[in-house]
Write a protein that binds this ligand. Structure first.
Ligand SMILES: [Zn+2]
Length: 273
């Protein structure tokens, strides 16, 4: 009897335990399904959720964006300071625009024409050639000063080549003349260089053209023959040591401007897109 009562008591206790555990699990599952919202609703109610959302929005628009803006300002200030200090190289380094060869006629070879008073053609040629070379370099061109029979002339490759000479000491004719190589491989290109030089040199110096006296020596000039056939080239007689002496000796800056403008006229046309 006692044993049977004990068994009945034990089975009632187990049934009660199973019912309690099942109810607890159902309550926990319901809370899990509703998630944090249920927990917040339980703790603060709907109003406090709306308030915290609006606080987050105002933080992102008033604090986060100004922070990244401040960083951009910092970079801009740094670049400005570098530019002022000359660290930014784009504004200080000039790109090489092209290569040019300038021959000082008769230099390191002979005197050229010599006038009765001792004035030598080679002196005028060298003085003008040196001025032209420095003017071209200051304008960003890579420029080489060459002697009459400079070994570098053989196969010389450049964007332009000009040999500078002056004419005889006669006083009965006046003017300047320019020629390309008579057997040029690119006569159209060479003629463009010649035309630019004729126009700009004439405009700068006011000297007349004296094309009628272009000589065979100019047409078959060794420098134009020996440079690379692809290099555009010309030879100029700046004027007569006799009749144009005032220009050749006293206005070399004007002469230089005319030659530089003629060369850059040609180079700008030939490098245009
Ligand atoms: Zn000469």
């Amino acid at each position: 009897m006692i044993r049977r009562e004990l068994l009945e008591y034990a089975s009632s206790f187990m049934l009660l335990t199973v019912i309690t555990v099942t109810i607890s699990m159902m309550v926990m599952a319901g809370l899990f399904y509703l998630g944090p919202r249920a927990a917040t609703l339980l703790a603060f109610g709907g109003k406090s959720i709306a308030a915290s959302t609006s606080t987050l929005t105002s933080v992102s628009s008033s604090t986060v964006i100004p922070a990244s803006r401040a960083k951009v300002d910092e970079v801009e200030v740094q670049v400005t300071l570098e530019a002022q200090a000359g660290i930014v190289q784009e504004s200080t380094v000039q790109a090489v625009k092209g290569k040019i060869g300038i021959v000082a006629g008769h230099w390191k070879s002979d005197s050229g024409a010599v006038c009765p008073d001792g004035l030598q053609e080679a002196q005028i040629n060298l003085s003008v050639a040196q001025k032209v070379v420095s003017a071209l370099i200051s304008r960003g061109y890579s420029t080489e000063l060459l002697a009459e029979f400079d070994p570098r002339i053989s196969g010389f490759v450049a964007d332009a080549f000009l040999s500078i000479h002056s004419d005889s000491c006669v006083t009965n004719v006046s003017g300047f003349k320019i020629s390309r190589f008579s057997l040029s491989k690119n006569p159209t290109v060479d003629d463009r260089l010649v035309n630019c030089l004729y126009t700009e040199y004439g405009k700068a110096t006011g000297l007349p053209r004296h094309e009628a006296t272009v000589t065979l020596n100019m047409l078959h000039y060794h420098g134009l023959r020996d440079k690379s056939p692809e290099t555009p080239g010309a030879i100029i007689e700046l004027g007569f040591l006799g009749s144009n002496r005032d220009v050749l000796t006293g206005k070399q800056d004007v002469i230089t401007n005319g030659l530089v403008n003629g060369l850059t006229c040609f180079l700008q046309i030939s490098t245009a897109p």
